[in-house]
Structure formats: C-alpha cells, structure tokens
Design a protein around this ligand. Structure first.
Ligand code: GLN
Length: 591
C-alpha cells in the first residue's frame, strides 16, 4: 500500500516554516566557509552538513553561496560547465549547492541565497547609472566590497536566522575571489570574533611514494588566507584515510589553529553520511562554543530536532532491501552533476521505501529504435530528463514510446513531458510529424508551442517561466491520489507549453491533462489512464525533495518501478550491507 504523503513535504511548501518566523532580536552569527588547495572538495556538502547539525540543535540556519564568476546567474550556462541549474520558489536560477542546502535543511532558499560577481557588478553599475554614488569614482574598494557585504548580511538582517553560513565559491588565491576575502575580513573586523568565524576546507593528500599524508598544501593555502588578513578558526581536512594525532598536531601548530579545530572529513560512501562524520569530529560543538551559541540553543528547545531521523535515513540508504534499475534518459548524462536533483530525488524516494535506486544513465543521442530494447528492455522505470535544444530529441521520443508500449513506469519531467505529448500525438493520435515548435517551427501539429508572452523575448538570461506556480489537480486522477490533495505549487523553468489549441484533440484521443494552472489555464500534468504509471509534468518536482520527505511524485514513481520489477522478476539483491560505526557514534553524541 502506498504510504501517505509525508507531512514534511507539505511543510517545505510554505515559504517559511514556523521556526523561521521573526523572534526577539539576537545577533546573527556569520560563518564563512572557504576552500583551499583544489576545487571540488565538497564545500557545499560541508556547509549543508554543518547547517543540518546546527538546525538539529534548534538553531535557525540558512546558507548562502557566493560565486565569483561574471555570469549574473548560472541560468545561461551549459550543464557541462556548471552542473544542474537549481531553481528556487522565487524563480532564481542558482548553483546546484542550493539544492543540497534545501535537501539537508528542508528550508526553502531564494535569490538572496546565491549571489555571483556578475550580480554584484550589475547592481553596482545600475546604482551608478541611477546616480546613487553622488559623483564619486565607483571602485572595487569600497563599492564592490560594500555590495558584497550587503549581500552577505542580507538574510542575517531579516532577524529570521541565528546563523548564516556563507560559502565562498572557488579556491583561495583565485584572482576573482579576492573581493570576497576582503569583504569577509572587513565583516570579521566590524562584527567581532564572537559573531564571525572562518572555516577553511582543504585537502590533505596521501603520497604513496612517501607513504604518508602531506600537510604542506594546507599550510600554503592557510598562508594565502593569512595574506588577506584572515586566520581560519577551523580546518576541515578532506582526506581518504583517518588523520592521526601527529598530523592534526602538525596542522594545528603550523596553521595556528587549535588542535580540536582540525577536523577530518574522510571520504564517505554517501554525502548524507557527512553530517554524522562532522558530528563525530565535533564541528558543530566547536562552532557553538566559539560563537557563544549555548544561550540561544537553550531558548530554542522547542525547535530542537536532534539527528535521530537523519540516522534512520542513513541506515535506510546503507541497508536497502532491494535494488531497482531506473533509466535516466538525457543529453547531459555524462556529467554527474547535470541532473543532480533528479538523481538525489530518486535516492531519497528509494530510501523511504528501503530500495536502492540504481540510476542507469542513457545518453539520448544514442537511443534509436534498433537499440532501445537493449538499452531500456531490462529497466523498471524510465525517466526522461528536462533539456533544451534538439540534440537527442528523437531518442527521448523513442524512450517515451517504448515505455508507453511496454507498460514500463514513465516519468517525464519538463522536456520529458513535452516528448511524451509529441510521441502520443504522432503515434496514438496519428498526427504525422507533430512536434514542439522549439524543434520544428513549421510543424502541422505544434502540440508544444511557445507561450504568447515569450514570443517577443530575445534575451536568454532569466527570461523563462521561472519559479513557483499554482497547479490544480483533477479529482479522481492518479496524481490526485499521489499528492493526497487537489492543489500544489511547483517550480518551473521553461519557455514552451502544451498547446491549448490542440489540447481537446489530445484528450479525445485518451491523453489526460490532470494538472492545470488556475490562472493561465496551461497544462501542468499529463497522465495516461491505461498504463501502470505514466506521468509527465511541465514543472520540476526534483527541486522539492528533501531528506525524509521526497517529492510524492518521485516516491510514487519509485514505488511503481519496484512493483514493475517484482512483476517482471527484475528486482536485484541489495548492495552489500555496510554497517557503519559512525551511525552509532553520532547517536551516542546526540544523547
Ligand atoms: N526546452 C523546453 C522549454 O523551454 C523544456 C525545458 C526544460 O526541460 N526545462 O520549454
């Protein structure tokens, strides 16, 4: 039987949860997280993990990401460049780290949570044009630095947060990162040491030739920080093995950091173990002590959540009862971060059901009628991903047709829904060459077409239909049962829509349009009645899955895939059980 929609998911829908309502003024604490030695050390995960630990203690936390590139936002970047673009309720196109923040904390983010150098400069230039600087020469110091400081304190200034974690993108020493380090230095000076803290994430590599781990790269990167007037309070050392006391002592001595503040962040099997690993190393306790947060924590007894739920969740990930294979069909599957929120949503949905979802990446360009049986014949679910441009479209149409005809659970997200509609129009309605005008502007059957208001837009950045829109769900439909209610609000990122002029024709041929935007009458959800599970959504449900409360559509899709796998004898045995001492250690520490 299907589990009821997790109430946590509904809580996440509100723009602010009760704990985030204003309370008596408390000085907001600012934690700055920088990275050294190399990129890709997982700063976002460390920030999200620390955020989760502080949140477990009742604190009101948010995380901001500062990206030192000149794009105003990552919306115009190719997913190969930058991974997935994450979209917030207020329609900001942001860095994928915000997805981690939301999934770990369960608290919605907004435009203010992701700021780039491009945004800072465009704001400063707009002010200059408006005459705000009253005849002054506008310069990096003080104007750009002041603008960065303004954004760094913007969320803290609302009074809604006890702690703001500011993640600084890039690696210390990068030319483009320097203004952020100067802004941090000034804030540390102005707000005082109890109210600000610098956590530096670095790499402690093992050199097999020497047979030991090396601290020198960390020492150098701390020296670089010092040259900007910043002394780290905590070192989080990414390492592939446990760090011995001797290494910790050495790092403490040469980097001028207390020994207990040298934290090991050993490679973990799952990113969701990192909060437990950080708990074991005492990261949250160091922050609480350094920033005098004990008193605030005492006042937050009612919102203290502990880590029990998290521990149970990690246990479910690590000890699945079965494995189910789901194909992810898209054109960026070669990049592991391009569909981050989708793969995480599948994982989170699987965890709730004790199932490990083995995501099989299928490059849509490769799919054709001849090889589709080989590529998709043995999967238990097919998810066609969002996307732009015509590369790989035919493969996506083939995948939709294959899943429809073979009765394999199908989940089409945004372009994946549009492909399902095109395929249905061509092969069921027999509307020859039906297409989206994105790919064939002169098709006789433009089942997917540009929205009227999009037709005059030439700029690419920030001009799509973005952010949260209401959707009314048809009573008695499959999705109504899945959601357990008739209204929802989901995040969008697209220009094209199901063409309402052809909607009746599709419906009379059996396609169901079961989710409609009440204001614009645009189709948000389609489904097929005579199929075990065939749903397409114009929006992006993947942006709203959180740990312990995956999006109901993902949960239902994984459930349907599991059912299909059982029927077809495709269930695989669970992965080897990896019992983890961290789970016990973290539980002990929380008591
Ligand atoms: N390219 C399609 C559109 O703009 C789909 C976008 C998407 O999948 N996010 O409507």
């Amino acid at each position: 039987m299907r589990r009821k929609c997790n109430p946590g998911y509904l809580a996440h829908e509100k723009t602010a949860s009760p704990v985030h309502q204003k309370q008596a003024f408390v000085q907001t604490k600012y934690i700055f997280v920088t990275g050294g030695v190399t990129s890709s050390l997982g700063k976002g995960i460390i920030c999200a993990s620390l955020g989760r630990l502080l949140y477990a203690r009742g604190l009101r936390v948010t995380i901001q990401k500062f990206d030192p590139y000149i794009n105003v936002d990552p919306g115009t970047m190719n997913p190969y460049e930058h991974g997935e673009v994450y979209v917030t309720d207020d329609g900001a196109e942001t860095d994928l780290d915000l997805g981690h923040y939301e999934r770990f904390l369960g608290v919605p983010t907004s435009q203010a949570n992701n700021v780039t150098t491009g945004r800072i400069y465009s704001d400063v230039i707009a002010k200059e044009r408006a005459g705000v600087y009253l005849g002054k020469t506008v310069q990096v110091v003080p104007h750009i630095i002041d603008e960065i400081k303004h954004w760094m304190m913007k969320l803290g200034g609302t009074g809604e947060f006890d702690v703001v974690i500011n993640e600084i993108g890039g690696t210390v020493g990068d030319i483009e990162g320097q203004p952020y380090l100067e802004a941090m230095r000034q804030l540390r000076y102005e707000l005082g040491r109890k109210n600000t803290m610098n956590i530096h994430l670095t790499l402690v590599p093992y050199l097999s030739a020497a047979g030991e781990v090396k601290t020198k790269p960390t020492q150098h990167s701390v020296k670089t920080l010092l040259s900007f007037g910043l002394q780290p309070d905590v070192l989080v050392c990414r390492t592939d093995r446990p760090l011995g006391t001797d290494v910790r002592k050495k790092l403490a001595l040469f980097c001028n950091v207390d020994q207990e503040a040298v934290i090991a962040s050993q490679d973990a099997e799952s990113i969701y173990e990192v909060p437990l690993l950080m708990k074991e190393e005492g990261l949250d306790q160091i922050v609480v002590e350094r920033m005098d947060l004990e008193q605030v924590i005492k006042e937050r007894v009612s919102t203290q959540r502990g880590l029990d739920d998290w521990i149970q969740f990690v246990r479910r990930i690590k000890e699945p009862k079965a494995t189910v294979q789901i194909a992810l069909v898209g054109k960026y599957v070669a990049h592991q971060d391009a569909y981050k929120s989708i793969s995480e949503s599948l994982l989170l949905a699987g965890a709730e059901q004790g199932v490990h979802v083995d995501v099989r990446p299928v490059l849509s360009d490769m799919v054709d009628e001849d090889n589709i049986q080989e590529l998709l014949g043995d999967v238990s679910g097919v998810l066609v991903a969002p996307g732009f441009g015509d590369r790989g479209i035919d493969g996506k149409l083939d995948a939709a047709r294959f899943a429809r005809e073979k009765r394999i659970p199908y989940f089409g997200i945004c372009l994946g829904m549009q492909c399902a509609v095109i395929e249905y129009a061509r092969n069921v309605c027999a509307w020859e060459n039906a297409h989206s005008t994105e790919f064939d502007p002169s098709t006789d059957y433009p089942v997917i077409d540009l929205m009227e208001e999009q037709k005059s837009i030439a700029d690419k950045g920030g001009t799509m239909r973005l952010g949260a829109y209401d959707c009314e769900i048809q009573e008695g439909s499959r999705v109504a049962k899945i959601y357990g209610r008739l209204q929802t609000r989901e995040r969008h990122r697209h220009r094209y829509e199901l063409n309402n002029e052809l909607r009746e024709g599709l419906i009379s041929n059996g396609l169901m349009c079961t989710g409609i935007n009440p204001k614009t009458d645009l189709v948000e959800i389609i489904e097929l009645p005579d199929h075990p599970w065939f749903v397409g959504v114009q929006f992006h449900p993947e942006y709203k899955s959180i740990v312990g409360a995956p999006h109901p559509l993902f949960e239902s899709f994984v459930g349907a895939s599991m059912k299909y796998a059982k029927e077809k004898d495709l269930v695989e045995s669970p992965r080897p059980v990896q019992r983890d001492k961290r789970i016990q250690l973290a539980s002990a520490k929380m008591e």
